[in-house]
Design a protein around this ligand. Structure first.
Ligand code: MLT
Length: 213
């Protein structure tokens, strides 16, 4: 079947167990694409549907989900606009592929985790939960959204040169202040996604009763 034009180049893999299963919104890192996290999604939830868009911003030819002015310095106007665009894409995909938009869980790495964090903060209710690897506070809001009970796993590296540990700690604090149930899992390594943190996320995922299953 030809992939419908929903505004993002993307892959959709229907839930093997039927449409009652949750949908994982897979968001790759800088230089990645819509194929990158399909395997990770399957590891986290073998029964979920997978929706995986490709970031539309090109930085030296590398796809990203929003513009940055320098490493760790984000173009906030672009970030806000792209986050709304991504939320609208998910809503259109839910109509097109007939999945429940109230049962969408983001799984993001690096730049993809940062836009997912922004989606949690700016569009509370758009995500039922999130697994964010190597994320930081993407932008500072004057208001605190209501994320009561939303389960969020944050995987981080103590020596990550791109995501300073205090950026992840700040994100965890802001999500907790909004009422989210945050699990912050530290690994000794850097920016790469390791098997150990994927395993920690998998175990966490299985024990979250608040996540749709
Ligand atoms: C970002 O730009 O979102 C972060 O710096 C991580 C990355 O390098 O993609």
């Amino acid at each position: 079947m030809e992939t419908p034009d929903l505004g993002f180049t993307h892959r959709f893999v229907p839930a093997p167990g039927g449409s009652a299963a949750p949908t994982l919104l897979l968001l790759h890192g800088t230089g990645g694409d819509e194929g990158d996290l399909l395997g990770l999604g399957r590891v986290l939830d073998p029964s979920a549907a997978l929706l995986s868009p490709r970031g539309k911003v090109l930085e030296n030819g590398m796809p990203r989900f929003f513009r940055r002015l320098a490493e760790g310095v984000f173009d906030e106007d672009d970030l806000v606009r792209r986050t709304a665009e991504l939320a609208a894409f998910v809503a259109r995909a839910a109509d097109t592929y007939s999945f429940d938009r109230g049962r969408v869980i983001a799984v993001g790495y690096s730049n993809g985790a940062n836009i997912a964090a922004c989606m949690l903060l700016l569009h509370p209710g758009a995500l039922a939960g999130a697994v964010l690897f190597h994320a930081m506070t993407p932008l500072v809001l004057e208001t605190t959204p209501d994320l009561s009970g939303t389960p969020v796993f944050l995987g981080a590296g103590r020596s990550d040169p791109l995501i300073p540990p205090r950026g992840t700690e700040d994100l965890a604090a802001r999500l907790r202040a909004a009422g989210a149930e945050v699990r912050l899992s530290w690994q000794p390594g850097g920016h790469a996604l390791t098997q150990t943190e994927v395993e920690a996320a998998r175990v966490w995922f299985r024990t979250q009763e608040a996540l749709p299953s």
